[in-house]
Write a protein that binds this ligand. Structure first.
Ligand code: PAF
Length: 281
């Protein structure tokens, strides 16, 4: 078994380790995660290793991005198994701060990003992107990486953190990494662990519906018709659809003109598990 990566929990330890990497002349890539790692996270690490000599993975289940009724306390946590996966993936350093290291007593700052955070997830999880932007902003400032890898699976999040890094001149290049999927098309997610056998069988319907909608739009169907059909197909299998939408792929604004680049995005509940996915047209 590969040697486990060094784990630090303090900002000053992280900064000292990253200063050591810089002294070697290495570029540094950060892979922000909430742990419960799967092959999708390994793909982020692989991309990070292609772009930088040293790779830091953060593991922090961020309370600020969960509403009180959401799954913060039950969110899967598996530090030992995560470290083994990260050792095999060739990670140099793991940053796993406590909640008090990240949010010390008296913490009173929150970063709100406009633009790409408007609508979609925000209509259903209004607290979410403020929490993500705050922790990602802190992680970027704490680590000061050259690159940070984010999965296209969370497409709106990818756009929000890209905007954040640019707007606040954080100097971090946000690198998109394609979604890793199971053979039947289901996008890998730590929350897939919540699905029972029957739900797991049904779950790929979101990917199937988006694939068909993308094909239909390419063949000339109006985007609003294609997404309505996709929503119907998902609902027909018993999922509760939060949204299926066609948006401008760059800005995530509602479509205005013909010829805009289109991204389809969807979120739906399968039992008590909320699944999201998206697709390029
Ligand atoms: O995508 C995630 O796992 C989280 O939202 C992130 C980016 C690590 C911030 O907590």
């Amino acid at each position: 078994m590969a040697t486990l990566p060094k784990v630090v929990g303090r900002v000053r330890e992280l900064r000292a380790a990253v200063a050591g990497f810089r002294a070697e002349g290495a570029k540094v890539a950060l892979v922000p995660t909430m742990g419960a790692l799967h092959a999708g996270h390994v793909a982020l690490v692989d991309r990070a290793r292609q772009m930088a000599g040293r790779v830091v993975v953060s593991i922090f289940v961020n309370p600020a991005q969960f509403a009180p009724h959401e799954d913060f306390s039950s969110y899967p946590r598996a530090l030992e198994a995560d470290l083994i996966k990260l050792a095999e993936a060739g990670v140099d350093l793991v940053y796993a701060p406590t909640a008090t290291e990240m949010y010390p007593a008296g913490f009173a700052t929150r970063i709100e990003v406009g633009g790409p955070s408007e609508g979609l997830e925000t209509d259903f999880r209004p607290h979410f992107f403020g929490g993500v932007a705050t922790v990602v902003g802190k992680l970027f400032i704490q680590c000061r990486p050259d690159f940070a890898m984010f999965g296209e699976k969370d497409y709106q999040q990818l756009k929000v953190v890209t905007r954040l890094s640019r707007d606040l001149d954080l100097g971090v290049e946000v690198v998109p990494v394609p979604t890793t999927r199971e053979e039947d098309g289901l996008a890998l997610s730590s929350r897939n662990a919540y699905l029972d056998e029957d739900e797991r069988r049904i779950a790929p319907v979101i990917h199937t519906a988006l694939t068909r909608a993308a094909e239909a739009i390419r063949a000339g169907t109006a985007p609003e018709v294609a997404v309505a059909t996709a929503a119907g197909m998902i609902a027909a299998l018993g999922l509760k659809v939060d949204y299926v939408a066609a948006r401008n792929a760059d800005t995530l604004a509602p479509l205005k003109a013909a010829g805009e680049p289109i991204r389809l995005l969807a979120a739906a509940w399968l039992g008590t598990t909320r699944l999201i996915d998206n697709m390029a047209v």
